[in-house]
Design a protein around this ligand. Structure first.
Ligand SMILES: *Cc1c(COP(=O)(O)O)cnc(C)c1O
Length: 371
């Protein structure tokens, strides 16, 4: 059994993918070819933002808006300790300081109350200048943007939505990637909308932000490539990935619906034996992961493994306890919810093409461990 079955999807759209790849081979514009513009327009329309800027990865999709906002040494950027390393890594890369606030115990997204307490504390200490918040839409469910924006407005902070796991999801009727001042998503192959290589996209309605991002994406270009008005990066997505994403978008809305069905089926079957995901009634998750809690997860994961069923742990160690951040003033016990969840959580196979028999088997094995 596959944790994420990319083959089943490919079988459905193989012809379209080959046609699109062939077009790129024919025109030969491997960098910034016509498909780049096409996927940017398609996804801006899908999400409902004015602008979409394709980039080389989800990591660059977070790094570049911070660069555009001129975040650097002495600045505080607030985020969750329960996320993939990239979320906080980009803050540190620019010399700024990641400042963590603990998560909610049910959605595992940043807790707005704790966020505000942390901002106040940072201001009171007077060492760092609060500049931005990076909420993460963990496992595909949007963070609490109304509450987060209310706080951001109070302290004049940029909201950069880490939507790497939530492309295709919705928050209060609005597509994710349209919920921050700016948002970044990832097309890493295993994400809800995955390419066949690295890629990402930044979304915003802010024309100044857009213009800076377009410049940063090509080494800080001005009027042309050899006029450099700021420090940028090589942040381009290649044309081939855009061609593949165009093919995948034809079935993507249907896949998001299929993910709802698979998740519902899991939750119905598992809710009496493990803690199943909690999705707010105003949220639609993209179900990047289906993650459950069990106080003895090793037992359950081993039982699944014996039946050839793969599992994964996202995330085994909170970021404040990672070696990469040992220079930050944190210690075990600082973020008790995040630490406790990281010891109980694990994810089971999740993709739009799960078979009923596969789900039944997984449910049966998990429920039997409890008996
Ligand atoms: C995957 C991921 C990223 C980084 O995306 P890449 O395309 O791998 O660079 C950032 N944040 C979160 C939460 C992710 O899951």
């Amino acid at each position: 059994m596959q944790f994420i079955d990319l083959k089943a999807q490919q079988t459905r759209i193989r012809e379209k993918i080959e046609t699109n790849i062939k077009k790129v081979l024919d025109h030969g514009n491997y960098i910034m070819g016509p498909e780049i513009n096409q996927i940017e327009e398609l996804l801006a329309h899908f999400v409902g933002t004015k602008y979409a800027i394709s980039v080389a990865s989800g990591t660059d999709a977070l790094l570049m808006p911070l660069m555009a906002h001129e975040i650097g040494r002495g600045d505080a950027v607030f985020t969750t300790p329960f996320t993939f390393i990239a979320t906080a890594e980009v803050i540190q890369l620019l010399g700024a300081t990641p400042v963590f606030a603990d998560i909610l115990p049910d959605t595992y997204n940043i807790d707005p109350e704790k966020l505000e307490i942390t901002i106040k504390k940072t201001i009171a200490e007077g060492k760092l200048k609060p500049k931005a918040i990076i909420p993460v839409d963990l496992f595909g469910q949007a963070a609490d943007y109304d509450e987060i924006h209310a706080i951001a407005a109070k302290y004049d902070l940029l909201v950069l939505q880490d939507a790497a796991q939530s492309f295709g999801a919705a928050y209060k009727g609005k597509k994710t990637c349209a919920n921050g001042h700016v948002a970044g998503t990832s097309f890493f192959p295993a994400k809800p909308l995955g390419a066949y290589g690295d890629g990402g996209m930044i979304f915003t309605n802010d024309s100044q932000m857009m213009e800076k991002l377009v410049s940063i994406r090509i080494h800080g270009k001005g009027s042309d490539k050899y006029d450099n008005i700021r420090i940028g990066i090589n942040g381009r997505m290649d044309t081939m990935q855009a061609a593949i994403l165009l093919a995948k978008m034809e079935i993507f809305p249907e896949e998001i619906n299929l993910r709802q069905e698979k998740a519902q089926y899991y939750s119905n079957g598992l809710k009496n034996s493990v803690t199943v995901p909690v999705i707010r009634d105003y949220n639609v998750s993209a179900w990047a992961q289906y993650s459950i809690l069990h106080p003895q997860r090793e037992r359950v994961m081993n039982a699944l493994k014996e039946q050839g069923i793969p599992t994964a742990v996202y995330y085994p160690l909170s970021l404040h306890l990672q070696g990469a951040f040992k220079h930050l003033p944190y210690q075990a016990g600082d973020f008790p919810i995040s630490e406790s969840i990281s010891q109980q959580i694990f994810s089971i196979p999740m993709h739009p093409y799960l078979k009923k028999e596969e789900q039944d088997k997984i449910i049966q094995v998990i429920n039997s461990v409890n008996g």
